[in-house]
Write a protein that binds this ligand. Structure first.
Ligand code: SAM
Length: 199
Protein backbone atom coordinates (compact mmCIF):
# COMPACT_ATOMS: atom_id res chain seq x y z
CA UNK A 1 0.00 0.00 0.00
CA UNK A 2 1.14 3.56 -0.71
CA UNK A 3 2.95 5.42 2.04
CA UNK A 4 1.13 8.53 3.25
CA UNK A 5 3.03 11.78 3.03
CA UNK A 6 4.20 12.75 6.52
CA UNK A 7 3.22 16.41 7.16
CA UNK A 8 6.29 16.70 9.42
CA UNK A 9 8.28 16.76 6.16
CA UNK A 10 6.47 19.84 4.86
CA UNK A 11 9.75 21.72 4.33
CA UNK A 12 10.61 19.32 1.50
CA UNK A 13 7.59 20.62 -0.38
CA UNK A 14 8.84 24.18 -0.05
CA UNK A 15 12.26 23.54 -1.59
CA UNK A 16 12.60 26.28 -4.27
CA UNK A 17 14.42 23.79 -6.50
CA UNK A 18 11.07 22.10 -7.05
CA UNK A 19 9.89 25.12 -9.04
CA UNK A 20 12.91 24.63 -11.29
CA UNK A 21 12.21 20.91 -11.76
CA UNK A 22 8.49 21.52 -12.26
CA UNK A 23 8.21 25.03 -13.75
CA UNK A 24 4.78 26.54 -13.01
CA UNK A 25 4.66 28.00 -16.54
CA UNK A 26 4.94 24.48 -17.98
CA UNK A 27 2.22 23.26 -15.63
CA UNK A 28 -0.05 26.16 -16.64
CA UNK A 29 0.56 25.29 -20.28
CA UNK A 30 -0.28 21.62 -19.73
CA UNK A 31 -3.46 22.70 -17.97
CA UNK A 32 -4.23 25.06 -20.87
CA UNK A 33 -5.45 27.80 -18.56
CA UNK A 34 -6.50 31.15 -19.99
CA UNK A 35 -7.11 33.03 -16.75
CA UNK A 36 -10.75 32.52 -15.82
CA UNK A 37 -10.79 28.82 -14.90
CA UNK A 38 -11.47 27.07 -11.63
CA UNK A 39 -8.62 24.64 -11.00
CA UNK A 40 -8.61 21.95 -8.35
CA UNK A 41 -5.11 21.26 -7.07
CA UNK A 42 -5.76 17.79 -5.64
CA UNK A 43 -3.30 16.98 -2.86
CA UNK A 44 -2.05 20.57 -2.82
CA UNK A 45 -0.02 20.18 0.39
CA UNK A 46 1.52 23.51 1.39
CA UNK A 47 0.47 24.99 -1.94
CA UNK A 48 3.95 25.00 -3.50
CA UNK A 49 2.29 24.95 -6.94
CA UNK A 50 -1.08 26.36 -5.92
CA UNK A 51 0.16 29.93 -5.48
CA UNK A 52 2.24 30.08 -8.71
CA UNK A 53 -0.73 28.60 -10.54
CA UNK A 54 -3.09 31.25 -9.17
CA UNK A 55 -0.72 33.83 -10.67
CA UNK A 56 -1.75 32.46 -14.08
CA UNK A 57 -5.41 32.97 -13.29
CA UNK A 58 -6.21 36.68 -13.42
CA UNK A 59 -9.86 36.07 -12.55
CA UNK A 60 -10.00 32.36 -11.79
CA UNK A 61 -9.80 30.28 -8.67
CA UNK A 62 -7.56 27.51 -7.33
CA UNK A 63 -9.20 25.10 -4.92
CA UNK A 64 -6.36 23.60 -2.89
CA UNK A 65 -7.70 20.23 -1.76
CA UNK A 66 -5.81 18.19 0.81
CA UNK A 67 -6.46 15.62 3.53
CA UNK A 68 -3.81 17.11 5.83
CA UNK A 69 -4.97 19.93 8.13
CA UNK A 70 -1.33 20.64 9.03
CA UNK A 71 -0.28 21.18 5.43
CA UNK A 72 -3.31 23.35 4.64
CA UNK A 73 -2.47 25.40 7.72
CA UNK A 74 0.97 26.04 6.20
CA UNK A 75 -0.78 27.16 3.04
CA UNK A 76 -3.03 29.50 5.03
CA UNK A 77 0.06 30.99 6.72
CA UNK A 78 1.54 31.65 3.29
CA UNK A 79 -1.68 33.19 1.99
CA UNK A 80 -1.55 35.70 4.84
CA UNK A 81 1.81 36.96 3.55
CA UNK A 82 1.05 37.39 -0.17
CA UNK A 83 -0.85 39.98 -2.22
CA UNK A 84 -4.44 39.81 -0.90
CA UNK A 85 -5.81 39.89 -4.46
CA UNK A 86 -3.79 36.78 -5.26
CA UNK A 87 -4.69 35.11 -1.95
CA UNK A 88 -8.38 35.72 -2.71
CA UNK A 89 -8.04 33.46 -5.75
CA UNK A 90 -6.99 30.49 -3.59
CA UNK A 91 -9.26 28.47 -1.36
CA UNK A 92 -7.88 25.72 0.90
CA UNK A 93 -10.31 22.78 1.06
CA UNK A 94 -9.86 20.06 3.67
CA UNK A 95 -11.18 16.60 2.84
CA UNK A 96 -13.52 15.15 5.46
CA UNK A 97 -13.09 11.39 5.92
CA UNK A 98 -12.03 11.15 2.29
CA UNK A 99 -14.95 13.29 1.10
CA UNK A 100 -14.12 16.55 -0.66
CA UNK A 101 -16.75 19.15 0.25
CA UNK A 102 -17.04 20.58 -3.26
CA UNK A 103 -19.80 20.32 -5.87
CA UNK A 104 -19.69 17.83 -8.70
CA UNK A 105 -18.09 19.25 -11.84
CA UNK A 106 -16.62 22.27 -10.03
CA UNK A 107 -13.25 21.93 -11.76
CA UNK A 108 -12.53 23.22 -15.26
CA UNK A 109 -9.08 21.79 -14.67
CA UNK A 110 -7.75 19.29 -12.18
CA UNK A 111 -4.06 19.11 -11.32
CA UNK A 112 -2.37 16.57 -9.12
CA UNK A 113 1.37 16.63 -8.49
CA UNK A 114 3.35 13.92 -6.67
CA UNK A 115 0.16 12.62 -5.11
CA UNK A 116 -0.52 9.39 -7.01
CA UNK A 117 2.20 7.45 -5.20
CA UNK A 118 0.89 8.62 -1.78
CA UNK A 119 -2.80 7.88 -2.22
CA UNK A 120 -4.07 5.36 0.32
CA UNK A 121 -7.57 4.67 -0.90
CA UNK A 122 -6.92 4.75 -4.63
CA UNK A 123 -10.50 4.12 -5.70
CA UNK A 124 -11.93 6.80 -3.45
CA UNK A 125 -9.41 9.37 -4.71
CA UNK A 126 -10.10 8.45 -8.33
CA UNK A 127 -13.86 8.62 -7.86
CA UNK A 128 -13.45 12.03 -6.27
CA UNK A 129 -11.35 13.35 -9.13
CA UNK A 130 -13.84 12.01 -11.67
CA UNK A 131 -16.67 13.67 -9.74
CA UNK A 132 -14.97 17.06 -9.48
CA UNK A 133 -13.86 17.42 -13.11
CA UNK A 134 -16.56 18.96 -15.29
CA UNK A 135 -17.51 17.48 -18.66
CA UNK A 136 -14.98 18.81 -21.15
CA UNK A 137 -12.54 19.58 -18.32
CA UNK A 138 -8.85 18.79 -18.39
CA UNK A 139 -6.82 16.65 -16.03
CA UNK A 140 -3.05 16.88 -15.55
CA UNK A 141 -1.31 14.22 -13.47
CA UNK A 142 2.37 14.67 -12.70
CA UNK A 143 4.33 12.19 -10.63
CA UNK A 144 7.87 10.99 -10.14
CA UNK A 145 8.86 8.75 -13.01
CA UNK A 146 9.45 5.04 -12.71
CA UNK A 147 13.13 5.58 -13.51
CA UNK A 148 16.37 5.80 -11.59
CA UNK A 149 16.45 9.37 -10.31
CA UNK A 150 18.69 11.47 -8.05
CA UNK A 151 15.59 12.95 -6.35
CA UNK A 152 12.25 11.78 -4.99
CA UNK A 153 11.11 8.49 -3.51
CA UNK A 154 12.79 5.17 -4.36
CA UNK A 155 11.77 3.79 -7.71
CA UNK A 156 9.75 0.95 -6.19
CA UNK A 157 7.59 3.50 -4.31
CA UNK A 158 6.17 5.09 -7.47
CA UNK A 159 3.63 3.76 -9.93
CA UNK A 160 4.80 2.04 -13.09
CA UNK A 161 3.81 4.30 -15.99
CA UNK A 162 1.42 1.78 -17.52
CA UNK A 163 -0.36 1.43 -14.17
CA UNK A 164 -0.62 5.21 -13.75
CA UNK A 165 -2.06 5.58 -17.25
CA UNK A 166 -4.48 2.72 -16.66
CA UNK A 167 -5.73 4.37 -13.46
CA UNK A 168 -6.22 7.66 -15.27
CA UNK A 169 -8.12 6.00 -18.12
CA UNK A 170 -10.26 4.36 -15.43
CA UNK A 171 -11.61 7.81 -14.64
CA UNK A 172 -13.38 7.72 -17.97
CA UNK A 173 -11.17 10.45 -19.44
CA UNK A 174 -9.42 10.48 -22.81
CA UNK A 175 -5.63 10.61 -22.67
CA UNK A 176 -4.40 13.37 -24.96
CA UNK A 177 -0.67 13.47 -24.18
CA UNK A 178 1.93 11.61 -22.17
CA UNK A 179 5.36 13.08 -21.50
CA UNK A 180 7.80 10.48 -20.27
CA UNK A 181 10.58 11.66 -17.91
CA UNK A 182 13.17 13.56 -19.90
CA UNK A 183 10.71 14.69 -22.57
CA UNK A 184 9.26 17.72 -20.80
CA UNK A 185 10.20 17.29 -17.14
CA UNK A 186 13.43 15.58 -16.26
CA UNK A 187 12.34 13.34 -13.41
CA UNK A 188 8.57 13.27 -13.76
CA UNK A 189 5.97 11.75 -16.00
CA UNK A 190 3.11 14.05 -17.02
CA UNK A 191 -0.19 12.74 -18.31
CA UNK A 192 -2.79 15.08 -19.81
CA UNK A 193 -6.35 13.89 -20.29
CA UNK A 194 -9.76 15.34 -21.08
CA UNK A 195 -13.15 14.49 -19.71
CA UNK A 196 -15.51 13.89 -22.62
CA UNK A 197 -17.94 16.79 -23.03
CA UNK A 198 -21.64 16.15 -22.37
CA UNK A 199 -23.46 15.30 -25.57
C1 SAM B 1 4.09 14.76 -1.77
S1 SAM B 1 2.76 15.74 -1.27
C2 SAM B 1 2.58 16.79 -2.71
C3 SAM B 1 1.96 18.13 -2.38
C4 SAM B 1 1.86 19.09 -3.57
N1 SAM B 1 1.10 18.54 -4.65
C5 SAM B 1 3.23 19.44 -4.06
O1 SAM B 1 3.69 18.86 -5.05
O2 SAM B 1 3.87 20.29 -3.41
C6 SAM B 1 1.34 14.68 -1.42
C7 SAM B 1 0.09 15.36 -0.90
O3 SAM B 1 -1.07 14.59 -1.25
C8 SAM B 1 -1.97 14.65 -0.16
N2 SAM B 1 -2.90 13.53 -0.32
C9 SAM B 1 -2.61 12.22 -0.45
N3 SAM B 1 -3.73 11.49 -0.61
C10 SAM B 1 -4.76 12.38 -0.62
C11 SAM B 1 -6.18 12.23 -0.75
N4 SAM B 1 -6.75 11.05 -0.94
N5 SAM B 1 -6.94 13.35 -0.71
C12 SAM B 1 -6.36 14.57 -0.52
N6 SAM B 1 -5.03 14.76 -0.37
C13 SAM B 1 -4.24 13.68 -0.42
C14 SAM B 1 -1.07 14.63 1.06
O4 SAM B 1 -1.70 15.08 2.23
C15 SAM B 1 0.06 15.53 0.60
O5 SAM B 1 -0.20 16.89 0.88
Amino acid sequence: MAEKFDPAHWERLEDPQRLVELPPAVIAELLDVHGHETVVDFGAGTGAFTIPLAEHLACGLVLAVDESPELLERLRDKLATIDPLLAARIEPVLTEDGHVPLDDGVADRLLTINVAHHVHDEQQALDTMARLLRPGGRLVVIDFGDIDRPIGPPRDHVLPHDRLRELIRGLGVREIAVYEPGELLQHHIAVVAENPADT
